[in-house]
Structure formats: structure tokens, C-alpha cells
Design a protein around this ligand. Structure first.
Ligand SMILES: *Cc1c(COP(=O)(O)O)cnc(C)c1O
Length: 461
């Protein structure tokens, strides 16, 4: 099987360990360790993407800062940089009752507060639309290699973009990101959504001048892609395959070392870094993991969090052979309140790259999402959406489960847990309307009370 990236062949059903399938099907939360994770020197060999690709993405975003500040006054104070803070969360850590001497340092990477899109989809979505806009402008003689991207806001560029359409298919946050940036540049924009997507997201898009097309079931992406293929003036941002999205997400990783250094945090073999990222199709956590492994090598350990109903990346990485599996193949229904993570089949690109880079995947019942988003607000005053809370049990899995101990031992990290840093990636939520947030909060409050009673105040689970 070698590096494993070529082992998933189209047309044959995936081969999965029956014991694992039984546990996943029972919806028992679990931590799965990736047996194919490799040291970076080995993993790098033959990879279709490299660090320079993310650096190019970072470069375009930096060059476009003036343009973004012009289009979106909210990013003017940061000079047009789309970035989120890294926030220490000691009170959340203490509330989660890990023995303090083993808990290490906990931080939230606050992508729920990313400007413009209010979610982790901002970097990737904006980057891909900028790539397309720059290419169109260059092809039409409006932009020369060295030109300032600010000219993409010129009347001539706007009138060019007005004759083109950008489309995507999404359960919500990607649509918000793509729709808002595309419309701001003057493109016609279409977002294909499932009809049960949150109505406030549809309304918000329509208010920005974006066309929202509703589909029943999971047809949104496939239909959007097929329609875009019919029209040479439509560009489709493909969540399930896009290299640009992946690289744009990866830009976050290039900026993390400085954010850690500013807080005096070292990362090396005696100061390991553990990162927990909610995973849907795998593009966002995949891009970030790809970038972090380039930057921190083997001293960073990236775990993905998926709903118990939608462990699509877990089964993609666990499959020994066969085609990319769907959670429906193992009897799961993909029904979860974590709408950003409700994905039945992982991205082929992300799954192939994560095969040797990711450390593992843990699964989360919906109740825990609400409980943890409530706990985050109570302890740190931070508001996130349910999907964004999926990674919060990560440190407990690592420090308090037999699979976690096995991982720490295998990677010689057991002696260094006191010196470890845990980054909980919070991926969305700052745009949620107040009534929606109150409902999540209420459900979390009830659950947190029940769970505390059952455990006599000792632990949350
Ligand atoms: C999209 C999304 C994710 C996961 O990103 P994928 O690229 O789909 O894996 C996580 N959290 C939120 C809030 C999202 O919108």
C-alpha cells in the first residue's frame, strides 16, 4: 500500500475493519488513531502540493489586502488582513476538569470571528475567488503581472465581472464566504443550498445580492457543478475537490507560529503542539494540517473532530482499499445539528493528503456540541456555533483515554504533556443571529446541568 494515497480505487467498495464499523455504527464516541501518519520527511515524498503553494496563496492575500480593505470597511483596521486571534482559555480548561498538572496550555484559534464570512471558510473562499478574479482580469488585459490587485475594484473590472458568474454548493458557511466576496467584486453569484439549510443564511445571502437555489437532499453540490459546466461564464467553487480552497485554508498555518511566539509559546520535540479541528469534507482542517505539518514537522499533532453521524474523513482514512466510502455505506444517516460538518463523503484531495499527515479523528455526539458551546461562553465569554465546538473534547481524548495514551507513548510525548500546547480550532458562529444562538445556548445549559448532576460535579462526561 506504500504511502497509501493511491489505495482508494474508484469502483470498488471500501474495505473497513468490521470492529471499527460496528463501533461507528453504534454511534459510540471514539478516538481513532491514524496508523499511516508518517514523519514529515517521508510524508513529503511525492506529494502533489508543497509549502511554496501555500506561500503563494498567502502572497496573493497579502497583495489583495488593500482591495479587501476597500471592499469591506470591517477589515480596514487590520489593513485588509483576514485573520483571527489566538486566545488563551484557562477557565475553559479548568471547567473541563482535566488534572491541572497534566492539562498543559489551552488556546482557542478564533476563526468563528474571522471577518467578512464569520467562519473558517473566509480564507479559502476569498482566496479562490481572488485567484479567479485575477485570472479573468489578466486574460482580459486589465491586469498585468505586477499590477496592484486594487485595480480589481475599477469600473472596468467590475463591468467584466458583472458578465461572469461564480457559483458554489454549500450547507451554509462556504456559500456565505463565496457569495459575499463574489458579489462585492461585482460578479453574479449563485449558491446552491439544501432546502433544509438555515433560513437566516439564505436570507443573508439574498440580502447581499446572491442568488440562492434550493435543492432537496444532498443534490446541491452535484447540481451546481453540473449547471456550471454548461456555462463557460460560470466558475464553480468545488468544496469537494478544490485545490485553491485547500491552499487558502492552509494560509492560517503560516501565521500560527508568530501568534504562538507572541505568547511566548515554543513548539519543539519537548513542547509538542496538539491541534483539534472540526472536519466536514476535510478541506479546511486538511489545508491547515497540511500547512502545520510543513511548518512544525513532527512536533505538531493534528486531530479532526466529526459528528458521530458523519465520520466521513475517519472512514476515508481508515479504509484499507476500495473507493472513497460514504457514511451511508456503514449505516449512518449523516443527520447532525453540526451543519458545517454534515458531510457523508470526504474530499478525495483532502483524504489523500491527510493519509500520512493527520494524527487521528474523534467523533462527537450532538449533545456534547451544545454542552461545550455553552461551557465556552460561561467560562470565556466566547460564542460559537455547534460545529465549531466539535474539537473541544480533543484534549480529554488525548490525555484521558487509552487510545490517547497509546498515541502519546508512540510519539514519545508522554513525558512532555505538562509542556504541551492544545489549540482548539473554533470554526464559525459570529454571524449567527441572536435568537438562533439563544436556542443553542439553552440546549447547552440544560445538558450541562444534567451532566454535572450525573457526575456529582466531578467531570463533564
Ligand atoms: C466548513 C466548516 C468546517 C469544516 O470544513 P471542511 O472543509 O468542510 O472540512 C468546520 N466548521 C465550520 C463551522 C464550517 O463551516
Amino acid at each position: 500500500m506504500g504511502q497509501g494515497s493511491a489505495s482508494l480505487m474508484k469502483g470498488e467498495s471500501a474495505v473497513l475493519d468490521p470492529v471499527l464499523v460496528r463501533r461507528l455504527r453504534s454511534r459510540e464516541p471514539l478516538l481513532w488513531l491514524n496508523p499511516n501518519r508518517r514523519p514529515m520527511d517521508e510524508a513529503r515524498v511525492g506529494m502533489p502540493l508543497c509549502l511554496a503553494d501555500i506561500e503563494r496563496a498567502e502572497d496573493l492575500l497579502r497583495r489583495s489586502a488593500g482591495l479587501l480593505a476597500h471592499l469591506f470597511p470591517e477589515v480596514a483596521p487590520s489593513g485588509g488582513l483576514i485573520e483571527s486571534p489566538l486566545i488563551a482559555v484557562p477557565r475553559l480548561r479548568d471547567a473541563m476538569f482535566i488534572a491541572p498538572q497534566r492539562a498543559g496550555r489551552w488556546l482557542v484559534k478564533a476563526d468563528h470571528a474571522l471577518p467578512i464570512a464569520g467562519s473558517i471558510k473566509a480564507r479559502g473562499g476569498i482566496y479562490e475567488v481572488l485567484v479567479h478574479a485575477e485570472r479573468l482580469a489578466t486574460d482580459n488585459g486589465l491586469l498585468h503581472q505586477t499590477a496592484d490587485p486594487t485595480s480589481l475594484a475599477s469600473p472596468r473590472a467590475r463591468s467584466l465581472f458583472g458578465r461572469h458568474r461564480i457559483a458554489t454548493g454549500s450547507t451554509g458557511n462556504l456559500g456565505l464566504s463565496i457569495g459575499v466576496i463574489a458579489a462585492a467584486l461585482g460578479f453574479k453569484a449563485t449558491v446552491h443550498m439544501s432546502s433544509d439549510a438555515k433560513s437566516w443564511k439564505k436570507e443573508r445571502l439574498r440580502a447581499s445580492g446572491v442568488e440562492v437555489v434550493e435543492h432537496t437532499g444532498e443534490a446541491a453540490v452535484a447540481t451546481g457543478r453540473a449547471q456550471a459546466l454548461q456555462d463557460p461564464r460560470t466558475y464553480f467553487v468545488d468544496d469537494e475537490n478544490s485545490k485553491h480552497l485547500f491552499l487558502g485554508y492552509g494560509v492560517a498555518a503560516l501565521r500560527l507560529p508568530r501568534q504562538l511566539a507572541e505568547q511566548g509559546i515554543e513548539v519543539d520535540s519537548t513542547h509538542p503542539l496538539f491541534v483539534y479541528i472540526p472536519c466536514g469534507v476535510g478541506g479546511a482542517p486538511g489545508g491547515i494540517t497540511f500547512g502545520l505539518r510543513q511548518v512544525f514537522g513532527d512536533n505538531v499533532h493534528c486531530f479532526f473532530a466529526e459528528p458521530v453521524a458523519s465520520p466521513s474523513m475517519l472512514i476515508a482514512l481508515a479504509a484499507h482499499a476500495g473507493d472513497l466510502p460514504s457514511v451511508r455505506d456503514i449505516g449512518l444517516d449523516n443527520l447532525t445539528q453540526a451543519d458545517g460538518l454534515a458531510v457523508s463523503r470526504a474530499s478525495r484531495l483532502a483524504a489523500a493528503l491527510m493519509r500520512t499527515l493527520a494524527s487521528g479523528v474523534f467523533t462527537v455526539p450532538d449533545d456534547d456540541l451544545f454542552c461545550d458551546l455553552y461551557r465556552l461562553e460561561q467560562t470565556e465569554g466566547i460564542r460559537v456555533e455547534p460545529s465549531a465546538a466539535a474539537g473541544f473534547r480533543g484534549p480529554q481524548w488525548l490525555l484521558d483515554s487509552s487510545a490517547g495514551s497509546k498515541y502519546l507513548e508512540l510519539h514519545d510525548a508522554l513525558p512532555y504533556v505538562r509542556e504541551a500546547t492544545h489549540v482548539l480550532w473554533s470554526t464559525g458562529g459570529s454571524l449567527a443571529p441572536e435568537p438562533e444562538y439563544r436556542r443553542w445556548h439553552e440546549r447547552g445549559r440544560r445538558l450541562a446541568g444534567v451532566l454535572r448532576d450525573e457526575s456529582h460535579g466531578q467531570r463533564i462526561q
